[in-house]
Design a binder for this molecule. Structure first.
Ligand code: NAI
Ligand code: MG
Length: 338
């Protein structure tokens, strides 16, 4: 039986890379019953709402979505669709895997996954300016909010992810030496949760700044990294950079009631409509979606085909120094699958 899933083609290069991704999924025999919905600029133009109720209803029903990038129009009263979706479905875990694909990349042995807490910490937006001696912006203050429940669910998510995906070690990344409350709580709870997985998944911990350096020196020492919101924001881009940047970086936002898979990059208006975008990030996001629904073998087959297409066949889109078009690349991956 086909599994229902919501499909959002997205803005800019979204429809082009989604078409490519659907071709690859079909060639791999992945069976989804797509419920196509609108979001972003396209939804704003068509139905006057960047995040229509029908789209939310669809995701509530399918609990699973593959989403193209959405343009965030700059304008009064516009709510960020990505933030709205995260709030609506409490998508607390942001998952960003990175694996070496390019044969001429800086690192050949990267295979790690960053699990970022997506709802708490310094990014909750509790900020104020304090006036001193007539200067309304003399002092700026931000409050970080971290809860035991929030720490527990994200660390547990990281360990469960490790178990489900055959990973050996979880590294808890923190700054508990300085931020004794907000980061200390995360580390304490992390170590408690880790005990439940003793003998099944290894655990260690590292201070965020040292982690950033170690990633650059030798990324192969990491397997799964779990961390709080802002540290995860910074590390996730660092990690994408280790393996060649945006065109190859997939991501997932996962909560208790829904999971949304997408490329890390945006709608790339500068190259939209030209058919030259790299669909790899979205294809790899679709692989994460297959992992999520228990179709690991199919996901691995696609990942292997995509890697061989780039590494062995030298088929590359423009961003990776090649001249192959979006759909040509997809067809090359399909041939590798066949
Ligand atoms: P962007 O990621 O769209 O583009 C940055 C640069 O990378 C551009 O030069 C673009 O051509 C290139 N690029 C991105 N993806 C590519 C691909 N698959 N193949 C080849 N080249 C690629 O970031 P930018 O320009 O800051 O944002 C554009 C729009 O996307 C904005 O409206 C922004 O709000 C939105 N955005 C949406 C996201 C989402 O829906 N998850 C995430 C990030 C940005
Ligand atoms: Mg970021």
């Amino acid at each position: 039986m086909k599994r229902p899933a919501t499909l959002i083609r997205g803005d800019g290069i979204g429809p082009e890379i989604m078409e490519a991704t659907l071709r690859v999924l079909e060639a791999a025999g992945a069976e989804f019953e797509w419920d196509e919905q609108l979001a972003g600029l396209e939804a704003l133009n068509e139905v006057g709402d960047p995040l229509p109720d029908a789209t939310i209803e669809s995701i509530r029903r399918t609990r699973l979505a593959l989403k193209g990038p959405l343009t965030t129009p700059v304008g009064v009263g516009f709510r960020s669709v990505n933030v709205a979706l995260r709030k609506e479905f409490d998508l607390y875990a942001n998952v960003r895997p990175a694996r070496s694909i390019l044969p001429d990349g800086r690192y050949q042995d990267v295979d790690l996954v960053l699990v970022r807490e997506n709802t708490e910490g310094l990014y909750v937006g509790v900020e104020t300016f304090i006036q001193v001696a007539g200067d309304p912006k003399a002092v700026a203050q931000s409050v970080a909010i971290v809860t035991r429940v929030g720490c527990e669910r994200i660390v547990r998510f990281a360990f469960e992810y490790a178990l489900a995906n055959g990973r050996k070690k979880v590294t808890i990344c923190h700054k508990a030496n300085i931020l004794k409350a907000v980061s200390g709580l995360f580390l304490d709870v992390g170590r408690e949760v880790a005990k439940e997985y003793a003998g099944r998944v290894e655990v260690d911990d590292v201070i965020i700044d040292a982690c950033a350096m170690k990633l650059v020196l030798d990324p192969a020492q990491f397997d799964v990294i779990v961390t709080t919101n802002m540290f995860g924001d910074i590390l996730s881009d660092e990690i994408a950079g280790l393996v060649g940047g945006l065109g190859l970086a997939p991501g997932a936002n996962i909560g208790a009631s829904a999971a949304i898979f997408e490329a890390v990059h945006g709608s790339a208006p500068d190259i939209a409509g030209k058919g030259v975008a790299n669909p790899s990030a979205l294809i790899l996001a679709a692989c994460m979606m297959l992992d999520h629904v228990g179709e690991r073998d199919r996901a691995e087959a696609i990942r292997r085909a995509l890697e061989r297409t780039i590494r062995e066949d030298g088929v590359r889109t423009r961003d990776l120094g090649g001249d192959v078009k979006t759909l040509q690349f997809a067809d090359a991956v399909c041939r590798r699958l066949g």
